[in-house]
Design a protein around this ligand. Structure first.
Ligand SMILES: O=C(O)c1cc(=O)[nH]c(=O)n1[C@@H]1O[C@H](COP(=O)(O)O)[C@@H](O)[C@H]1O
Length: 224
């Protein structure tokens, strides 16, 4: 199977992003660029990283009224990212319109419950019940809206995959056994995420903050 690791290059520094991507390119399957990078460099920054030759996941987690999200997705369609994120909690119409506006080759995936949240955080937003149930409910919504898949933690991916065998499952919040959690709360090891059905593992700081990012990416890939 192709390398399922997408390295998250969370930096506003284009030269650093490019240098990191060059270092790890032989040990990852793709590159994830998110808000930090996009706010600093926009579409031209995405094109600059695309030149490295790996698939790009554009993680903007769009969440607004359907018309606004659809127009934003339409504006991004020329970039034809391999994967694009929207928030599942934006609701069915927003999800349907986002998918309709995307480039046909782009997988549109819905963020369910951020891996930086636990059930106390969920309750504080007014959602009762478990993380598991919340993720499964939003996965159903994404599937019914015609999306390609979801983003969830490794704790839920097995159940989500069982309920949606053809879905595409993006799993962030991935840490090697001795890895620092940082702001992540629902974490699993790379091996567990892969064994439980992740289509893509998003890994940032365990690679980008390592003394030798190339060796860190290689070591993680070797565990899969
Ligand atoms: O959509 C995402 O990629 C995402 C969703 C989520 O629930 N949690 C999450 O951490 N992410 C992203 O995954 C990356 C995780 O980075 P690290 O915690 O450094 O490995 C970051 O770029 C986050 O923006």
């Amino acid at each position: 199977m192709a390398n399922r690791i997408f390295v998250a290059l969370d930096t506003p520094d284009l030269d650093r992003a490019r240098a990191l991507a060059q270092k790890v390119r032989h040990h990852v399957g793709g590159i994830k660029l998110g808000l930090e990078f996009f706010c600093a460099h926009g579409p031209s920054g995405i094109r600059a990283i695309e030149e490295i030759g790996l698939p790009v996941f554009l993680d903007l987690k769009l969440h607004d009224i359907p018309n606004t999200v659809a127009k934003a997705v339409q504006s991004l369609a020329g970039l034809a990212p391999a994967v694009l994120t929207v928030h599942a909690s934006g609701g069915r119409a927003m999800l349907e319109d986002a998918k309709a506006a995307a480039h046909p080759s782009t997988k549109v995936v819905a963020v369910t419950m951020l891996t930086s949240l636990d059930e106390d955080d969920l309750a504080a937003t007014g959602v009762a019940g478990s993380a598991h149930d919340h993720v499964l409910r939003l996965a159903d919504l994404a599937r019914e809206a015609g999306l390609d898949g979801i983003v969830c933690s490794g704790a839920e991916v097995k159940a989500a995959h069982a309920a949606w065998p053809k879905g595409y499952f993006v799993v962030p919040g991935v840490r090697p056994a001795d890895g620092e959690l940082g702001d992540q709360k629902r974490v699993v090891t790379p091996r567990m995420a892969a064994d439980h059905g992740a289509s893509m593992l998003v890994i940032g700081r365990p690679i980008t903050r390592a003394e030798n990012p190339d060796a860190a990416a290689r070591a993680i890939a070797a565990t899969l």
